[in-house]
Design a protein around this ligand. Structure first.
Ligand code: ASP
Length: 485
């Protein structure tokens, strides 16, 4: 269906809804306020449907507009006390959109990585790219955490919290903190270097595929790709071609799914906002108390995201920073809306290949690895949170303890799933290592979600930056003319 036709249909549907609400109002079924708010919310929803159909406007603008509509819809419905409507009627659409993306993440990584590795002329390249990738991922994470610690030491966000506020915050987050601490205990059991290595090699690759164990899938795909290159006399060609075509097809699926991205992010944000709205009174107090802490995290994230990454792109690649940023904006917006770098992965791959011009030989390996082992934003946030909690609980941190935080947070980010909220679970491990009471996470739980949204943007930007840098060092970035922007 073409856009003008859909626009007319949307307007007609909206008019119908308004008439129905008016009738319900006249019949005394709903109050004036509720009728107006419901009409507004439905209007916002239809506008996001319309945004999905506006092919001419760049995708990132349409996603951004849909995000704003989602916030407006969430606020409107929260005002008339209709969070149920969001939870049951709108939020599932966001979950549906995320499921679509998650559905293709595993096949995309498998197909593109096998095809990418099998088509490499020299197998030493795999090792070289791997080495650079891991070194850059760990290096950028350590820099991010250091920035977080420096900014937190400078701004001292915990020093303004008095004991009454502290006790109130601790009490409000106590129950949830207990659950998170139990989860952290479970996830840190048996972790060590050998445990980590054991976790990478799947005993059954099909189980790894079925459960979405990204590192195990990467390992299996790499080995399969290398094995294919070793088959004699071009015997592997049909198989490599098959994987290549399957990979092309899955990328095409990303494009199809992204057509409904505005509806998806609209629903995701409406869901998040309505959830906040439900306990607005409590959140109001928490927000005021934690404003300094939140500002510190955001400032540090901005320094890392807006200075360190552009600097890396500028000095280590020939890709113009503007082109890079413009290309990855859809992935960043999606990361913000979904709080999950894993769900964003298919879009990140598409943006980096199509927009930045990185060859899939590099992106199919570097990006899936990054979604799992690289979490700069999360590490940085852990640095700030650790200082904040230590200050509020009056624990003095020595320089050595702070360096320990850098080390533990860098290592903790490896092998942790990139899904909403894992950052706070990893934080517990970091706190324990630094000798800060882990119950302290209760202080910051109330504002974890908005910060999770921000740090996920940095996580995804970090993956895309390292991928571009590694690809550039191998001559695997197409020039501007051939990269679609
Ligand atoms: N949500 C983040 C991600 O998926 C992880 C976290 O910081 O909780 O990248």
């Amino acid at each position: 269906m073409n856009t003008p036709k859909m626009t007319r249909l949307s307007v007609a549907a909206f008019a119908l809804v308004v008439v129905a609400l008016l009738a319900a109002r006249l019949a005394g079924l709903v109050g004036t306020d509720r009728a107006i708010h419901l009409a507004l919310a439905i209007g916002f929803g239809l506008a996001s449907v319309w945004l999905s159909l506006l092919g001419r406007i760049a995708l990132h603008w349409r996603i951004l507009a849909a995000m704003l509509l989602g916030v407006a819809c969430g606020v409107t419905l929260a005002q008339v006390g209709a969070p149920e409507l969001v939870r049951q009627g709108i939020a599932p659409l966001g979950a549906l959109f995320l499921n679509l993306l998650k559905m293709i993440a595993v096949p995309l990584v498998l197909f593109s990585l096998v095809a990418g590795v099998a088509s490499l002329e020299d197998s030493a390249k795999v090792g070289r790219i791997g080495g650079k990738t891991v070194a850059l991922y760990l290096g950028t994470t350590a820099v991010a955490i250091t920035i977080g610690l420096l900014v937190a030491n400078l701004l001292q966000p915990g020093s303004g919290i008095d004991s009454t506020t502290r006790d109130a915050l601790m009490a409000s987050g106590q129950a949830e903190a207990g659950t998170k601490i139990a989860a952290a205990r479970q996830s840190s059991e048996g972790v060590g270097l050998l445990g980590f290595l054991l976790g990478i090699v799947p005993s059954n690759p099909f189980r790894a595929l079925a459960t979405g164990e990204m590192l195990q899938i990467v390992f299996f795909a790499l080995l399969l790709g290398v094995a294919l290159t070793r088959l004699p006399g071009g015997a592997a060609k049909p198989v490599v071609d098959l994987f290549q075509r399957l990979s092309d097809a899955v990328i095409e699926m990303v494009h199809l799914i992204m057509r409904i991205a505005p509806i998806g992010v609209f629903a995701l944000l409406a869901g998040v906002v309505a959830q906040f709205g439900e306990d607005a009174a409590r959140l109001g107090d928490v927000l005021t108390a934690l404003l300094g802490y939140m500002a510190t995290v955001v400032i540090a994230l901005l320094i890392h995201g807006a200075i360190v990454y552009p600097l890396l792109i500028r000095t280590l690649t020939k890709v113009p920073v503007r082109r890079f940023l413009r290309a990855i904006t859809p992935a960043q917006l999606l990361a913000f809306s979904s709080s999950s770098s894993a769900a964003t992965l298919p879009v990140t791959i598409d943006c980096v290949e199509k927009g930045v011009g990185v060859d899939d030989e590099a992106s199919s390996f570097v990006l899936p690895l990054g979604a799992t082992i690289n979490m700069d934003g999360t590490g940085l946030y852990q640095g700030v949170a650790a200082i904040f909690i230590a200050t509020v609980l009056q624990v003095d941190l020595t320089l050595v303890q702070q360096l320990e935080i850098v080390l533990t947070a860098t290592l903790a980010s490896i092998g942790t799933a990139a899904v909403p909220g894992v950052g706070i679970v990893m934080l517990i491990i970091v706190l324990r290592q630094a000798g800060i009471p882990e119950e302290g996470i209760a202080l910051i739980l109330g504002v974890d979600r908005p910060l999770d949204m921000c740090r996920t943007v940095v996580n995804v930007t970090g993956d895309a930056t390292v991928c571009t840098v590694v690809a550039a060092s191998e001559g695997l970035v197409r020039d501007e003319e051939t990269a679609a922007t």
